[in-house]
Write a protein that binds this ligand. Structure first.
Ligand SMILES: NC(=O)c1ccc[n+]([C@@H]2O[C@H](COP(=O)([O-])OP(=O)(O)OC[C@H]3O[C@@H](n4cnc5c(N)ncnc54)[C@H](OP(=O)(O)O)[C@@H]3O)[C@@H](O)[C@H]2O)c1
Length: 277
């Protein structure tokens, strides 16, 4: 059990596979060490969108014997993969899915279940999956519910429902319109988690190229500075309560914890970041 202060960071499930990033998939041993370093460093919340992420996190926590130290978020990305598919897609939650989520994550309960709207789903289908998830909370299989990128109808859909307590939405230097969604989340009394500070690492790489044309010096140091500022931009944006980021290299766990502890960007740091956009 760690004594480190709880970090506002959440480990993103994209840490555990390579389809949505640049680095190769970490080995199971490295996945376990990343999870261990997170728990030891105070990152105790873990997000899992896709099935490979659930399987990897479940295995790592089981091997470490540290499930009870972790808070796990899971999503309705449950569509079975066909031969051509690389990633599962969201489908409506059905009662049986809680057993699948728990089996894959090797747990008896899920801390937070996220409702992701469906590709072309009707209002009835959306309402149906929400009532399935509410029932899981009543049954004690799920502790709380969250919403992916809520829209203007959030108050009508969820307002005042105590089962819903958080939302997740991308917020980074590439998402100028996201601030309104975070205000909406706060108006519901939710905890707001921002994801993708580095836009899967792709925006970080794009900005790094530009930084290297402007600055002399060690490219690794420039990358470190850029990652630090992008993460703090997201984490200390108004109405943000925590940031979800994927980490595929062990050394980035402590680097990101240290960035989070550094606090908001000052004007000079913000101007430097804006100059790279
Ligand atoms: N974006 C979405 O639409 C979405 C949807 C649902 C859930 N989420 C959640 O949000 C999480 C994070 O989103 P994301 O994967 O899109 O992007 P992200 O966290 O912005 O980017 C992750 C990538 O940034 C790089 N990185 C992380 N820390 C670094 C550091 N200190 N220095 C240098 N590079 C660093 C790594 O790139 P490489 O290892 O690839 O080089 C890492 O894989 C996901 O894992 C998921 O849990 C996102």
């Amino acid at each position: 059990m760690t004594t480190a202060p709880t970090s506002p960071l959440i480990l993103g499930g994209h840490s555990f596979f390579s389809e949505l990033g640049n680095d190769p998939v970490p080995s199971p041993e490295l996945q376990r060490e990343i999870v261990r370093a997170c728990l030891d460093g105070g990152i105790t919340r873990f997000d899992t969108t896709h099935q490979p992420e659930r399987l990897a996190l479940g295995r790592a926590l089981k091997d470490l014997g540290r499930r009870e130290e972790a808070t796990i978020f899971a999503w309705n990305f449950l569509k079975e993969l066909g031969p051509e598919d690389k990633l599962d897609r969201p489908i409506p939650y059905e009662s049986r899915h809680i057993d699948q989520l728990c089996r894959e994550l090797q747990t008896d309960y899920i801390d937070g279940v996220v409702i992701h709207d469906l590709d072309g789903g009707s209002a009835e289908v959306h309402a149906g999956q929400e009532s399935v998830a509410r029932a899981w909370v009543q049954q004690g299989r799920v502790r709380t519910l969250g919403v992916w990128a809520p829209r203007a109808d959030a108050t009508a859909r969820y307002g005042g429902d105590p089962a819903f307590t958080f939302m997740i939405c991308p917020l980074n230097v590439d998402t100028p319109g996201a601030a309104a969604t975070f205000e909406l989340g706060k108006s519901q009394g939710w905890r707001n988690f921002a994801c993708s500070p580095f836009v899967r690492g792709w925006t970080l790489d794009r900005m790094l190229e530009k930084a290297q044309t402007q600055e002399a010096g060690d490219p690794v140091a420039v990358r470190t500075t850029l990652a630090d500022r992008l993460l703090r931009y997201t984490l200390y944006h108004p109405n943000v309560d925590g940031a979800i980021t994927a980490i595929r290299r062990l050394e980035w766990v402590q680097a990101n914890i240290d960035s989070a502890a550094r606090g908001p960007l000052d004007e000079q740091e913000m101007a430097w970041l804006r100059g790279l956009l």
